[in-house]
Write a protein that binds this ligand. Structure first.
Ligand SMILES: Nc1ncnc2c1ncn2[C@@H]1O[C@H](COP(=O)(O)OP(=O)(O)OP(=O)(O)O)[C@@H](O)[C@H]1O
Ligand SMILES: [Mg+2]
Length: 253
């Protein structure tokens, strides 16, 4: 792969207290790829994402060793942690609605970043809501509370909000848990388009979602990276590891 490396993870270990959740994980993420991250519950998928933008700092007893570099800079040396988190956006599995209007949920971050012109702000809000496949459902009630939306709509609002930061790298953690299949497909189409400008890490329990979307897929198992390869290899009859074959074919989980 010739695209530049955006994220370089080397021998990453993460412990919560005395329990290690990631046991020395190494991989690269290239610009403009969609990297699928699959693995059963408790494999360490969410923990891995949280190390990348240092949201792991919020867990007091979490200890990280090894190195994670973003654009060549070790994330633990980063002074501007907020800047790092703007660069690496995160969408959590369940919607986290701010108690604000739909419009303000999306306009919040750009306003904080200094965007004041109303026409520009409106255009950005519309673009993010369209990208999150929510615009048509909310365009006539942008000034009602975001928390009044249905679960699936709130999840899409969370995606719109993540996009409003204009992240260079977007981590999606099981974004479609609360979203119906048709809407999920629409967002998947958006992600494919976004890849032109954004690098995407897609954590999913739905192995078929990784198969549809990811350029490469990483299989994590009990805190260990079992295999990382082009998605067609991971889902073929002959991935390198037998465990990979068994997992993606539903024989273990
Ligand atoms: N804040 C925390 N404090 C202590 N242990 C944690 C914490 N978060 C996660 N863990 C532990 O770390 C391990 C990996 O959890 P993680 O949430 O990263 O897995 P996951 O692959 O995202 O699972 P799921 O598919 O259920 O979301 C688990 O054993 C979990 O109990
Ligand atoms: Mg998780």
């Amino acid at each position: 792969m010739n695209a530049p490396v955006r994220i370089e993870v080397r021998d990453l270990r993460l412990a919560y207290g005395t329990r290690e959740a990631l046991h020395g994980v190494s991989f690269d993420v290239h610009a403009h790829e969609i990297l699928g991250i699959i693995g059963p519950a408790q494999a360490g998928k969410t923990s891995l994402l949280r190390c990348l933008n240092r949201t792991i700092d919020f867990t007091a007893d979490a200890r990280m060793t090894g190195s994670v570099k973003v654009d060549g800079v070790d994330v633990r040396q980063v002074k501007d942690v907020f800047g790092l988190r703007r660069k690496i956006g995160m969408v959590a599995p369940l919607p986290v609605g701010l108690p604000l209007s739909i419009y303000d949920n999306v306009a919040f971050a750009p306003r904080c970043a200094g965007l004041r012109r109303r026409d520009e702000l409106e255009a950005l809000v519309e673009r993010c809501l369209r990208q999150a496949a929510l615009w048509d459902e909310v365009k006539d009630r942008l000034h009602t509370l975001g928390t009044r939306l249905s679960g699936g709509q709130q999840q899409r609002l969370t995606i719109a909000r993540a996009l409003s930061h204009q992240p260079e790298i977007l981590c999606l953690d099981e974004f479609s848990i609360a979203i119906d299949p048709v809407t999920t497909m629409r967002i998947e189409e958006v992600l494919k388009e976004l890849r032109r400008t954004v690098t995407i890490l897609l954590v999913t329990n739905l192995t078929q979602q990784a198969r549809r979307l990811a350029d490469r897929t990483l299989f994590l198992w009990k805190g260990e990276l079992v295999e990382l390869d082009r998605t067609e290899v991971i889902f073929s009859e002959h991935p390198r590891e037998r465990r990979t074959y068994e997992y993606v074919n539903g024989m273990v989980g």
